[in-house]
Design a binder for this molecule. Structure first.
Ligand code: SGN
Ligand code: CA
Length: 535
């Protein structure tokens, strides 16, 4: 069809205009969807093992300065009341994977195998288009599921020269040997993944998980002499005699005075070191040990405790220092790569720890030092820099939080709550004001009786249900929990209230009346491991 020239020109202009407009709209739309995708924040979850608030300067500057962890605190939010549901390694990790208490995720004690076939948050993130990776300590017995990439320590993993489990080019699970300091190796692997393995077109969730500062606290070569010339502050309760407490506190095996081994105290030589590592080690500890062994005969019992405390706490702090250095490197890289703005960085540990409080090392108890774990959150543009929060939050909430942040629906059978709005400075109405705790691993390492209990931050009621003993603490008047007031009639109404709350929470969380047979589960896991090794 022939159209008049003028009309043709008008049409041509119209068509070009329309096409242009369409192009603009399409481009904008394209940008929008791409933006929507890349707007989903990345998640870097930094986790350590047995790191307590008392050894993190954002919480307590009296023993160590942790400048890199503190960066997260000054640029983000510090949580004062992050409670764990079961203060021990594997169980804490299983709670984080599943958003469920131990009795529902099946991993209530160390040394059994986590059922990785169940619903976990990394699987759900992966389904929603996130890239997922875990590097470092895993400690759940099973091979990680739900991760595009994993490179994890075998079991606890040693401080030096760790074997690590990953997949090869064919996707087969392999164990690779490494030479070097484990904390540094884990950092290097996390950085490598961020720099080289990560695909840039997808948001990611990285779990960067240290083995340190877990027992037996072996420092990096460069820190073997660090803190040599200082005396670290002693906690107020270092010489606790457990008066007024129920029998479990008397019967544990985690006293600095009695239960640190020569290996813990670096009075024996480490195993599996390279000659160079061993030479550095002996150059550092040799003279210090010699001096101690010479002086020991003339030392009082208290002086021996003081020496052990200093040796123990310094080695612990030295291990923390390397974790802090590693965090600094990762934060610097996020900055350099332009990732900081859209990445939420979280720092936490699997539970708290006794840095000499009550005369102890280790964890497990519902007492404050092990119940509380550090939680620092930096979320640029969302979380107010330098803010603190006193709400009762928990590792039970982490899975739900990650899903929420990624815009993934939180499954109804998860038991925690998303912390996203708390991160944004707004505590949801009816936020929990009490918390249920349950520790199971008895008989077990350090002989801590099974117990469950409830706390509302003001009072704490604990039931040692195998012996029928109870403890009640008035946390406001007795923050160190030295005075068990359970038999004090003045507290009877508080006890009644907390007993009721305990019953309510046990029902809400579907806690069974009877514990499973853990000895049997451990024996089965051991047999499975033996069979797998034979293959
Ligand atoms: C090891 C430690 C214990 C520690 C458990 C559990 N002994 O057995 O002191 O309580 O792990 O720790 S060690 O001499 O081998 O270090 S956890 O972090 O895995 O729960
Ligand atoms: Ca631990």
């Amino acid at each position: 069809m022939k159209l008049p020239l003028r009309f043709n020109a008008v049409l041509a202009r119209r068509v070009t205009g329309l096409a242009l407009m369409a192009l603009v709209v399409l481009t904008l739309l394209g940008h929008r969807t791409m933006a929507a995708k890349s707007d989903r924040p990345n998640i870097v979850f930094i986790f350590s093992d047995d790191h307590c608030q008392q050894a993190l300067s954002a919480y307590d500057p009296s023993r160590i300065t942790t400048p890199n962890m503190d960066r997260l605190a000054t640029e983000g939010m510090t949580f004062n009341r992050c409670y764990v549901t079961n203060a021990i390694c594997g169980p804490s990790r299983a709670v984080i994977q599943t958003g469920k208490y131990s009795h529902l995720n099946g991993f209530a004690v160390n040394g059994i195998t986590f059922n990785g076939d169940q619903q976990t948050f990394p699987k759900l993130l992966q389904k929603a288009g996130y890239q997922t990776a875990v590097v470092g300590k895993w400690h759940l017995g099973s091979t990680p599921q739900g991760y595009d990439y994993f490179d994890v320590l075998v079991g606890q993993g040693p401080y030096y020269n760790p074997p690590m489990k990953t997949t090869d080019e064919k996707g087969e699970v392999v164990v690779r040997e490494h030479t070097g300091y484990t904390t540094e190796i884990i950092t290097e692997k996390a950085l490598n993944w961020l720099k080289e393995n990560r695909k840039e077109d997808k948001p990611f969730m990285l779990m960067y998980q240290h083995k340190a500062p877990h027992r037996n606290w072996e420092p990096a070569p460069k820190y073997l002499n660090w803190l040599d010339d200082v005396t670290v502050a002693e906690p107020e309760t270092l010489y606790d005699n457990y008066e007024t407490r129920a029998s479990p506190a008397h019967n544990q095996a985690m006293e600095i005075k009695n239960h640190l081994t020569d290996r813990d105290l670096k009075l024996t030589q480490p195993r599996n070191f390279t000659p160079k590592q061993l030479a550095d080690w002996n150059a550092a500890y040799g003279p210090k040990n010699e001096a101690y062994l010479k002086a020991k005969a003339g030392m009082s019992e208290k002086e021996v405790i003081q020496w052990k405390y200093q040796r123990y706490v310094k080695d612990y702090l030295r291990c923390v220092k390397s974790v802090d250095d590693g965090i600094g490197e990762v934060l610097d890289y996020l900055e350099e790569a332009g990732l900081s703005e859209n990445t939420i960085v979280i720092y936490s540990s699997d539970q708290g720890w006794y840095l000499g409080e009550h005369g102890w090392f280790d964890k497990r108890w519902m007492y404050e030092e092990s119940l509380k774990t550090p939680l620092l959150v930096r979320w640029p543009g969302q979380t107010k820099a330098g803010s603190t929060n006193n709400d009762i939050v928990s590792n039970l909430d982490f899975a739900e939080t990650f899903l929420d942040i990624a815009g993934v629906k939180i499954p109804g059978d998860m038991q925690g709550e998303s912390l996203a709005s708390i991160f944004k400075g707004k505590t949801p109405k009816n936020w929990r004001d009490s918390f249920y705790y349950h520790y199971y691993e008895f008989p077990g390492g350090h002989s801590v009786a099974r117990h469950y209990g409830v706390t509302n931050g003001k009072h704490k009621l604990i039931s040692y249900y195998q012996s029928g003993e109870w403890e009640l603490f008035d946390l406001e008047n007795d923050p160190n929990e030295l005075n068990n007031v359970h038999s004090n009639p003045e507290y009877s109404s508080i006890t009644k209230k907390l007993e009721k709350e305990l019953t309510r929470l046990r029902k809400q969380y579907e806690v069974p009346e009877e514990d499973p047979d853990f000895q049997k589960m451990k024996a089965e896991a051991r047999a499975r491991n033996r069979a797998a090794q034979k293959k």
